[in-house]
Design a protein. Sequence first.
Length: 165
Amino acid sequence: MPDQTLETLFYDTLKDIYYAEKRILKALPKMARGAQSSALRDAFETHRDETEGHVERLQQVFELLGKPPRSKTCPAIDGIIEEGEEHLSKFSGSSAMDAGLIAVAQAVEHYEIARYGALRQWASDLGSSEMSKLLDQTLGEEMNTDRILSEVAESGANRSAVETA
């Protein structure tokens, strides 16, 4: 299979994360509405704005690659988002709601961190510092969101879930 190159893998993975980011854009407002703490709600709303930028950067990467922006269904993100929707219905109004939402959001972030880390390196390996820089910018934002979610969990969300259990 001579057409199965790093560039082919890069494009395939790019379509995957493009799909994921667009799905995440739809899920974040629901998660923000379900959040009980204002800190978590603010984190979700801020990340929604950032995610719009992620989609725009991905479109720039597609353009630099000379390919149209296309999505490829990502079962991993679909499953994580489905889990989040389950938390929203099962734990609605519960003190464990925020802890559950944070866990789901961090699963999303960890998936994205893994994808963007690989894509950034592959872009560099393919000789495109411009694509690599765009992907690195998004990777940094995903890592920062993960850190913020950990801070929200550690500063009260997890403790609240334990104290009222």
